[in-house]
Design a protein around this ligand. Sequence first.
Ligand code: GTP
Ligand code: MG
Length: 200
Amino acid sequence: MKQFDIKQAEFVTSVGQGQAYPAPLECEIAIVGRSNVGKSSLINCICNNKKLAKTSQTPGKTRLINYFLINRAFFLVDLPGYGFARASKTEQRDWGALIGDYLASGRPKHLFLLLDIRHEPSAEDRQMFEWVLYYGVPFTLIATKADKLSKSKRAVAANKAAKLLGAPPFAIPFSAEGANGREQVVDRIGQIAFDCQKQA
Ligand code: GTP
Ligand code: MG
């Protein structure tokens, strides 16, 4: 069988609270995680386009639900992150409403939950994981910024982060810097897209 790859990626639209989502496609995969964990960078890396999703050193860059069309077939969705210190109570409430409504919408067929490979999952990571389980959306854990650890430590640290979250003890080690783990993430997307097709 020919191996799946991401050949084409384009920005479609941004969706804020109370705004309409684009017409659904067979498959929609969304990326959740703490602010600054590298969600937008992962999208750019796997799509081989550094300018596709906006990234920043300052947490809180992505504020809306951003839809990307992949291979003219399915959606990859970049979500705003949680847990940055400067967010006001109002901003936190807005985030909760936007993400809560999205998860409850039944649109995401799969979630990528990103964890920083260097840190224990935070209370907010746990809360996010609870939401993922509550809404019953299938998920894959990805441990980002793997380049911050030596190669020999990455798999153990990634799996430990998953275990500490209370999930099955496996996470894909990933680095947007060195594109490490890109193939694994792209393969996973291929499988998910294939499963969506079968279920349609
Ligand atoms: P929000 O939009 O605020 O939720 O953040 P985000 O999760 O989209 O993070 P973003 O992709 O904007 O990246 C945040 C910062 O981390 C940027 O300075 C990136 O360059 C950096 N970064 C992302 N991925 C990696 C990685 O794999 N390795 C390293 N060393 N830095 C990374
Ligand atoms: Mg972002």
